[in-house]
Design a protein around this ligand. Structure first.
Ligand code: SF4
Length: 450
């Protein structure tokens, strides 16, 4: 296949797949392939799949059947990678020309040029649970999609085996990326003017544990990032997602409180506010532990915003157990909750259990939690009226004539302004009004940060 071939890539699933796609784009661009937005003119089409959600897998099937029909009248090579359960992987072998595991990305151009000879994963379908060669993948320089906001993988895989989740089966066991590479990537991005950096992993705060003493651990990684911020004398915010409550130590919170570049926003998935449900979810944390973490955050970083993930209607969840989740929400007053209705995920342990909470009841529980969030968020947001807050401008708002921005705590702020040059810049906005999920204000200052 000519290296002048145009390619198109579709990315499904979470932020981790989006981050992976930045490396796929780099490898293809470096080998002379050129991107096209139009899949119909592409000679090479790839997809980064997500077996974690059935809907995403259904999308893969509908696309590949369409592309395979196109092969009757044009030359086309298709490939697939991403988060795949072994079963899905095996089915895709018959449908795609090339299947590979992300750790084999550096070999993709070779697989394309010798189309038909595909990755070892093709010969031996299934997921390598130990993620060998993942460091080779990490060494690929990504083609960042933004020039002010970047996502940096620090770890791949998961050892936790929550019963509702398929990730440990799609991405294998936890492997930590070398800290020197992570720190070098952050330093490079900050030197280029990046303002928002998110450290990415399935369980970021168990970073380093797999290396059994030969690598630093998460609090020390954060400390070194914080020290870098002091040394570089640049303004930027560093986030991480997602931590697991089980591995959330006081030390992590202390370090965040000590360094200005470590953003004062913490995403701490709770999933349920009931200990019995947490046990059946195999979450390995209980509410006492969760409460201790939240109290420590409030004590050491009172200005921090707190985000969470919650599942309602998990298999067997009683009304009383759900009520414990509602009470926890009332108690912790999260700034944001990504609340999902439970649905069995193929490949996850709970897929074998009865999905016994009726859909209408799940929807009611979702509604109750959304109202709870709305209620206290309005109070939280109203308290910001009249204050001037630093924001990072991120794009045009849906409201015509307005730009949209995020505070350090990831609260959404819109303000009247048409100057697109502000996108990617820090600015100060005075909050003039608040609603349950956003703030509105007026621009008072544009920060000229080097
Ligand atoms: S939900 Fe549980 S199993 Fe899934 S990635 Fe997170 S910690 Fe791992």
């Amino acid at each position: 296949m000519s290296t002048h071939t145009k390619y198109h890539l579709i990315t499904l699933g979470c932020q981790m797949n989006l981050s992976d796609s930045e490396r796929v784009v780099s490898v293809l661009n470096d080998h002379g392939y050129t991107w096209t937005d139009n899949e119909e003119e592409a000679g090479l089409i790839g997809i980064l799949a997500c077996s974690v959600r059935q809907k995403a897998i259904d999308k893969v099937y509908s696309r590949i059947h369409k592309w395979n029909k196109w092969k009757n009248h044009k030359n086309l090579i298709t490939f697939i990678s991403g988060c795949m359960l072994p079963d899905d992987h095996e089915k895709f072998l018959k449908l795609f020309d090339i299947t590979f595991q992300m750790k084999d990305l550096p070999k993709l151009p070779e697989m394309i040029s010798q189309y038909g000879v595909t990755s070892p994963a093709h010969l031996n379908p299934g997921i390598d649970p130990h993620n060998k060669n993942i460091e080779e993948f990490w060494s690929v320089k990504p083609s960042y999609q933004s020039d002010y906001e970047a996502f940096i993988p620090i770890q791949n895989g998961c050892d936790k085996f929550c019963t509702f989740c398929a990730v440990p089966y799609t991405r294998g066991r936890e492997v930590s990326r070398p800290s020197k590479d992570i720190l070098a990537e952050i330093a490079l991005l900050v030197a280029q003017g990046y303002k928002s950096i998110t450290l990415l992993g399935q369980n970021v705060n168990s970073y380093g544990l797999d290396k059994k003493g030969s690598e630093i651990q998460f609090p020390e990684l954060l400390r070194q990032v914080g020290e870098m911020g002091l040394r570089m004398n640049k303004e930027f915010w560093v986030y991480f997602t997602s931590p697991h409550p089980r591995d959330m130590t006081d030390e992590v919170i202390e370090v965040i409180s000590q360094y200005p570049v470590l953003a004062k926003q913490i995403h701490l998935p709770m999933q349920s506010g009931d200990d019995k449900v947490l046990i059946r979810m195999n979450r390995k944390h209980n509410m006492e532990k969760y409460r201790h973490i939240v109290h420590t955050i409030r004590r050491l970083i009172p200005e921090a915003t707190l985000f969470t993930d919650i599942i309602v209607g998990f298999t067997g969840e009683t009304e009383e157990q759900f009520e414990n989740t509602r009470k926890a929400m009332e108690e912790f007053k999260f700034n944001m909750s990504y609340t999902a209705i439970y649905s069995p995920r193929p490949g996850a342990t709970s897929h074998r259990w009865a999905d016994d909470v009726p859909l209408d009841e799940k929807k009611r529980r979702l509604h109750v939690l959304t109202e709870e969030l709305r209620k206290h968020n309005l109070g939280n947001n109203n308290r910001l009226i009249g204050k001037t807050i630093k924001v990072l401008v991120r794009g045009t708002d849906r409201k015509p004539g307005y730009l949209s921005a995020l505070t350090e705590g990831k609260l959404i702020v819109r303000f009247p302004e048409n100057d697109q040059n502000l996108i990617g810049q820090f600015a100060d906005v005075k909050v003039t009004s608040a609603s349950d999920f956003s703030l509105e204000g007026e621009l008072v200052n544009i920060e000229q940060v080097a």
